[in-house]
Design a protein around this ligand. Structure first.
Ligand SMILES: *Cc1c(COP(=O)(O)O)cnc(C)c1O
Ligand code: SF4
Length: 347
């Protein structure tokens, strides 16, 4: 018997929004009424890391403002081309830390899976601009190699999905992993690191929320917003749906010169996040990646900002200021590096 032809299922709406992202810097500037500023652009051919930004995120940028803090996170600029000493291509040592196909196991009890290389947005400050992630994803072959690694090591209680952006994978693909993880007795928690709830909140659709709500593991989602203007009603709605599904929500930010390097901006970010049900987690110093030096805030200024935040906010709204140090056993608190060195060896 010939099976009846079924109509092709509609792709989820978020995938449509994903595909409609703006990739031409001139179009982005035109949408913001900034066509006269095209002269400072990095020619696309030289960028090596294309512009990519969802339209919903552009809608949160201020029209006519070339210094808009959301625009500056995504716009390729000539400043990226300078080679600056101390800024390298693999600043965080990830290339040397692979434990298995797509698995980074640097810290005790937690293993990080590079689920995919793709993102809905290309953030100019990101280390991903040089990392050959595409051929190193844990999702290859139904997560086979990554799962074998996780099953073997009973010290791993938490699996972290990162990337790229793991929520760029279809929910069915994530569900495949979730099912397999739930069968590993020592894995108690699934943590997802994703910028999508902020930059493309359509991703948090019914299918995804339903999957998370029924996953028999504790669930943590670490979103990534750098500035209070990133959080609009769509983001709040997505966060509310996740919380209803029993997901703990945290945020990580990167401290970025000219974007969020003031006590006022950071305090407003914490307040906006908390109003959306998200607790601030980490404030990262920039990874010293080639092409990003113009975003760097030095440690002294970063410490002063953290101090300002402690004077302004309740303690639970102050993110931990950290830096990633290649080879270190955890994210390193800024200003505590000397103490850490002195304590080395204490169990
Ligand atoms: C950042 C990171 C983690 C998570 O660290 P937490 O301090 O638990 O948030 C885990 N593994 C790797 C490889 C990391 O880079
Ligand atoms: S990994 Fe995160 S910071 Fe990097 S480009 Fe993707 S969304 Fe942006």
């Amino acid at each position: 018997m010939i099976p009846a032809k079924r109509p092709l299922a509609q792709p989820p709406r978020w995938q449509q929004a994903w595909r409609e992202a703006v990739t031409d810097p001139r179009e982005l500037l035109a949408l913001l009424g900034l066509s006269a500023h095209a002269g400072d652009l990095l020619a696309p051919a030289d960028a090596g890391f294309a512009l990519r930004v969802p339209r919903g995120f552009i809608a949160r940028m201020r029209k006519g403002d070339p210094r808009d803090p959301l625009l500056l996170q995504v716009l390729p600029q000539a400043a990226e081309l300078g080679e600056v000493p101390g800024f390298s291509r693999d600043a965080v040592g990830d290339l040397g830390a692979r434990a298995a196909h797509g698995v980074l196991h640097k810290y005790q009890g937690r293993a990080l899976l590079i689920a995919t290389g793709s993102c809905a947005i290309n953030c100019r400050y990101c280390f991903r601009r040089h990392f050959p992630y595409a051929e190193e994803t844990a999702a290859a072959h139904h997560w086979e190699a990554a799962l074998a690694y996780l099953r073997e090591d009973a010290s791993i209680g938490e699996v972290i999905l990162s990337g790229g952006d793991p929520l760029s994978l279809a929910t069915a693909k994530l569900a495949e992993l979730g099912e397999a993880l739930a069968r590993i007795p020592h894995v108690r928690r699934l943590r997802i690191h994703s910028r999508l709830p902020v930059v493309l909140p359509e991703r948090i659709d019914h299918e995804f929320v339903h999957w998370l709500a029924h996953l028999p593991l504790q669930r943590v989602l670490v979103v990534h917003a750098n500035h209070p203007n990133e959080i609009d009603a769509g983001v709040e709605h997505a966060c509310a749906a996740l919380r209803e599904a029993g997901v703990s929500l945290l945020n990580q930010s990167v401290l970025l010169r000219g974007i969020n390097d003031s006590v006022a901006a950071l305090a407003a970010l914490s307040e906006r996040l908390f109003a959306a049900g998200v607790l601030p987690y980490y404030l990262h110093l920039l990874d010293r990646v080639q092409g990003t030096a113009h975003f760097e805030v030095d440690e002294i200024r970063a410490l002063a900002l953290a101090d300002g935040l402690r004077r302004t906010l309740p303690g639970y709204l102050v993110p931990r200021l950290v830096r990633e140090v290649a080879g270190a056993p955890c994210k390193t608190p800024v200003g505590h590096r000397v103490a850490m060195a002195q304590c080395a060896g204490i169990e």
